[in-house]
Design a protein around this ligand. Structure first.
Ligand code: SAM
Length: 263
């Protein structure tokens, strides 16, 4: 069952969020995701976490600081080098493993032992929109999880992209996003696909996961003037947290965050 309400936003940022790279303004943009993750990791200590496409460790490092064992899988050597540096600076290098690899190859990586099996939590943020096969990747995510464990999946939203383009005065691109089968605005669009709520939910359900929660991330963060977002970052976090689970706000956010569990 999809839960769209019952989201209890914190009006203030936690110390973890305030210290995110990019400062409080950037933290306000991810506060909705952290709210969900905080509840999920409160289920246990020393969880085995895999962050697919985890990049420089924006999520991995705070999770390791909270005592969890995090494996980051990412194809970019530069991102992994930055991750290792950040992990060392944060004093959590021993709890972070950096694995160079592609989400499309997850199924082949697993038998190598480089990534753990029976994982307690998987993060797959901003990756399904760029992989070769979202269906295969979703199945591989499900295969990694132990029964009862959850995947935190963040995808680009078609509706959000259309709104942002329209508000920037690029109405032709906004219309293209709405009519293109993959939600792209043209051949120079670096995003391979964008998702609707139904499509993202179906993708995870077909992989055998039960979508429990869907929130909109960055409902207004990219639309309001940057000076306002900077000045009123606490208010922005409060606003984003309040509307994240509410239609119609959730539906036009830049990204959709889904929490899906392996039954
Ligand atoms: C926008 S960043 C997001 C980083 C992180 N997940 C976050 O939310 O902060 C996208 C990341 O996905 C990685 N990536 C790109 N293609 C990928 C693929 N095929 N499989 C796994 N990761 C990929 C990039 O190297 C980059 O680190």
């Amino acid at each position: 069952m999809i839960r769209v309400d019952g989201f209890a936003p914190s009006s203030r940022l936690s110390s973890v969020e305030r210290t995110q790279p990019g400062g409080p303004h950037a933290a306000a943009r991810t506060a909705v995701i952290w709210e969900v993750l905080r509840r999920e990791v409160a289920r246990g200590a020393g969880l085995r976490v895999v962050d697919v496409g985890g990049g420089t460790g924006g999520f991995a490092v705070p999770l390791a600081r909270a005592g969890h064992e995090v494996t980051v899988v990412d194809p970019s050597p530069d991102a992994l080098a930055a991750l290792v540096r950040r992990a060392e600076e944060a004093g959590v290098a021993e709890r972070i493993r950096a694995v160079q690899g592609d989400a499309d190859d997850l199924a082949e990586l697993l038998p190598s032992g480089r990534i753990p099996s029976d994982v307690d939590l998987i993060l797959c943020h901003s990756v399904l929109e760029v992989v070769d096969s979202p269906t295969a990747v979703a199945s591989a995510l499900a295969a990694l999880l132990r029964t009862g464990a959850a995947a935190s999946v963040l995808v680009a939203s078609r509706a959000g992209a259309a709104l942002t383009r329209a508000m920037a005065g690029q109405l032709d691109l906004a219309l293209a996003v709405l009519t293109d089968p993959d939600g792209r605005w043209g051949s120079r669009d670096t995003v391979r696909r964008r998702f609707d709520i139904d499509g993202a939910t179906r993708l995870l359900a077909q992989a055998g996961l039960t979508v429990e929660e869907i929130h909109g991330v960055r409902v207004v963060a990219d639309i309001i003037p940057a000076t306002v977002a900077e000045r009123d970052h606490e208010l922005l976090a409060a606003f984003e947290g309040t509307v994240a689970g509410q239609s119609p706000f959730r539906d036009v956010a830049a990204q959709l965050h889904l929490l899906a569990r392996k039954p």
